[in-house]
Design a binder for this molecule. Structure first.
Ligand SMILES: Nc1ncnc2c1ncn2[C@@H]1O[C@H](COP(=O)(O)OP(=O)(O)OP(=O)(O)O)[C@@H](O)[C@H]1O
Ligand SMILES: [Mg+2]
Length: 216
């Protein structure tokens, strides 16, 4: 099984969750790789890639094969920087990892409908690569709409949603109390609640919850 870790938005915690899920699976003896096919907003080193390669021990170039300088959706970056995303190249990198690992965690950029080409977004990539989805959503106000839209878009594209992670609970926003229940009622998927913590490493009980969310 290989997963696309997508988000309801940019900055919701895709890298944070992918990083922790990679540790969680390693603890279970699963051979796990991370892959961020395109990282944008890269001046020197791809920062998501640096974290993900730290989690798995892979070399950085294997985790992030393609970068753009501008902090834009991949397709938008190609418009500004005058190039095109080569899907075959990205897919070859993915299939190399599939040969060597039990699970490949693919991190998207932004959300599910973010385009890599004019008419090709991350939902198309998930379909073509045979990826199941992990949707990372924020805990706070706005998440009902974003999560529902992401979920229904995924289902409309024939994708399987393995789980929803509601990330960054601080207990400061009153909507945090009811968001998981309402998302469950609207989608039939019970979100896994992950707290906001200091630093990057979730404690063991959350690692266990993450691995069981993906059935491992
Ligand atoms: N549960 C959490 N506890 C503490 N910090 C968090 C948590 N989730 C995310 N963060 C922090 O919030 C910031 C944004 O998260 P992250 O980079 O994982 O988002 P992203 O969805 O991967 O963004 P992008 O679209 O840029 O890839 C990071 O600094 C990350 O370490
Ligand atoms: Mg990220």
């Amino acid at each position: 099984m290989h997963l696309l870790v997508t988000g309801t938005d940019t900055g919701v915690g895709k890298t944070f969750i992918t990083y922790n899920l990679a540790f969680a699976l390693k603890r279970k003896g699963v051979r796990v790789a991370c892959y961020k096919p395109v990282e944008t907003g890269v001046e020197e080193l791809p920062q998501d890639g640096v974290l993900l390669s730290k989690a798995t021990g892979q070399p950085l170039h294997e985790v992030v094969p393609l970068t753009f300088k501008l902090p834009l959706a991949p397709y938008s970056a190609t418009l500004e920087e005058g190039s095109e995303v080569n899907l075959e190249f990205l897919k070859n990198g993915f299939y190399e990892l599939v040969q060597r690992y039990d699970v490949v965690l693919v991190e998207g950029a932004g959300g599910l409908s973010v385009p890599l080409l004019k008419d090709y977004d991350y939902s198309d990539l998930a379909k073509d690569w045979g990826l199941e989805l992990l949707i990372v959503a924020r805990a706070t106000l706005g998440t009902i709409n974003h999560t529902y839209l992401t979920y229904t878009y995924a289902v409309s594209k024939g994708l399987k949603v393995k789980g929803v992670v509601m990330n960054g609970f601080k207990g400061e926003d009153i909507s945090e109390r009811t968001n998981p229940k309402v998302v469950y009622e609207r989608t039939g998927v019970e979100p896994l609640k992950i707290p906001y913590i200091q630093g990057m490493e979730l404690e063991g009980k959350y690692l266990d919850k993450l691995s069981s969310l993906v059935g491992l």
